[in-house]
Design a protein around this ligand. Sequence first.
Ligand SMILES: [Zn+2]
Length: 198
Amino acid sequence: MLKSPRFDELVAKFSSLPGIGRKTAQRLAWHLLSIPKEKALELSTAIQNAVQSYTTCSTCCMLTEVNPCTLCTSPERDDSQLCVVESHSDVFTLESMNEYRGRYYVLGHLLSPLDGYGPDALGIPGLLKRIEELQPEELILALKPSAEGEATIHYLTELLQDHELNITRLSVGLPFGGDLEYSGTLTLANAFKRRFPA
Ligand SMILES: [Zn+2]
């Protein structure tokens, strides 16, 4: 028999990754089983090493090898701006613009009650603590333009309305429903520069 429970398990693991459909998962599984064993096992070693060495920053929730992360501890970053993003990859995307020098906070999820992500799924207590510590002048909600992004912006502006904060959001021009990482650095940089009150 060509396939087995072990093969199926491998395919299932690949399929569970974002952006990988069943066909691609099968192709990856066949590929790994057909190359020299030591080459294939290098992948599992790399996964193991990275997964074991990374943790979540206790201050901003960004993935990091040192806790707190360098974005939180660097004296060269500006405390007067705090940028709220959905995910770790958004921090990478925004950093690639080379525009922003403030601090970050990673929510982990956007508000999406139908998918089971209510206010408790967002790292709100950590965000409030971060605002308390930094006392930023501006809170930038760099969330993707989508129904979930809008709901989250609405929720956060209501929640923080009594704080002395300029709450801003990215300008229009980003494709609705698209992730920040696919919007292109220039488009994102423009949307970032032309942000407006939320
Ligand atoms: Zn951090």
